[in-house]
Design a protein around this ligand. Structure first.
Ligand SMILES: Nc1ncnc2c1ncn2[C@@H]1O[C@H](COP(=O)(O)OP(=O)(O)OP(=O)(O)O)[C@@H](O)[C@H]1O
Length: 280
């Protein structure tokens, strides 16, 4: 369980990044962390990983404060950053040196993930492309079997088959004892994986809701004449978000939903009214 209470943060230049963010994240879920460029997604992942310290407020992960950087915490969290900064060793050497830091590391799983990504563990990191290094880092992160997996733009640089593999692997990887948080702009790469949305806007967590809860109150339809909460014109017709008065199932369009929050200033308030108990 992650508990974030009244988290505020700024870098040394004193420009506010977060203002009093509060949330609870439960195991067994894949969280999609979304927001415009520069809003603070990487910063939030760094705060959760213990690499940055809150200015005010507190973060607790399974009762432990990340910024104290205790061994039990650091051995149970892995942050896949967008830049892959691995030493120029063979993959096998990296694995033998770093895997002891993670008590639940599974070597057989690591090797099977490398095989799925078509990377040979005899390769030296310096001979790999950005995308191949990213695959090594993702495979290592998953094989570490940590309770908290933080991923910043994980599909950046992956080729098309690797993106498909990534989706399959993450869907199998999530379990009741793990939390996965994925920050991305490439929402179409992972939208079927995400079951809970965290959306940052103007220093706040403006939306913190499961896709299931949202799907109960809104639906996504094409070319409707009903009153829409939000509409976009596309080459294949109008894409609408409507109130889901008849409890109809529709595939949740995260991209349209995200655009609605940014383009329509009243959209979030309307959602709040439909979900009265919402933190949205
Ligand atoms: N070390 C730093 N010192 C000062 N400001 C920083 C530092 N790192 C990031 N920032 C600023 O903090 C803000 C949030 O940055 P962050 O990288 O967390 O955003 P992001 O949402 O991940 O962006 P993007 O989607 O572009 O990757 C930005 O305005 C950025 O310029």
């Amino acid at each position: 369980m992650i508990a974030v209470e009244n988290l505020s943060f700024h870098y040394n230049n004193n420009i506010t990044i977060f203002e009093s963010i509060t949330s609870e994240l439960a195991p067994g879920h894949i969280y999609g962390l979304l927001g415009l460029n520069g809003i603070g997604k990487t910063t939030l992942l760094k705060l959760l990983s213990g690499a940055l310290f809150p200015k005010t407020g507190v973060i607790r992960i399974n009762g432990i404060i990340p910024s104290e950087r205790s061994t039990p915490f650091l051995s149970d969290v892995y942050f896949v950053t967008d830049e892959v900064d691995l030493p120029d060793w063979t993959i096998a050497d990296i694995c033998s040196i770093y895997s002891p830091l993670y008590p639940k590391f599974d070597l057989v799983y690591f090797e099977s993930l490398l095989t799925s990504f078509q990377v040979d563990n005899r390769e030296n990191i310096k001979d790999l492309s950005y995308g191949q290094r990213k695959k090594v880092n993702i495979a290592f992160a998953l094989a570490s079997n940590v309770s908290l997996l933080l991923m910043d733009e994980p599909t950046n640089g992956l080729d098309i088959p690797a993106k498909t593999q990534f989706r399959k692997i993450i869907a199998k990887h999530i379990s009741d004892d793990k939390i996965i948080i994925i920050s991305t702009h490439q929402i179409r790469d992972i939208h079927h994986l995400i079951d809970h949305l965290l959306i940052l806007k103007k220093h706040k967590l403006v939306l913190d809701k499961s896709i299931y809860e949202l799907g109960k109150v809104i639906k996504f339809v094409r070319n409707s004449h009903q009153q829409a909460l939000y509409t976009e014109n596309h080459i294949d017709g109008d894409h609408h978000i409507l109130a889901n008065d008849d409890q109809e199932d529709s595939p949740f369009d995260i991209e349209l939903f995200f655009n609605a929050i940014h383009e329509n200033p009243t959209f979030l308030n309307q959602i709040k009214q439909i979900i009265p108990q919402s933190h949205a």
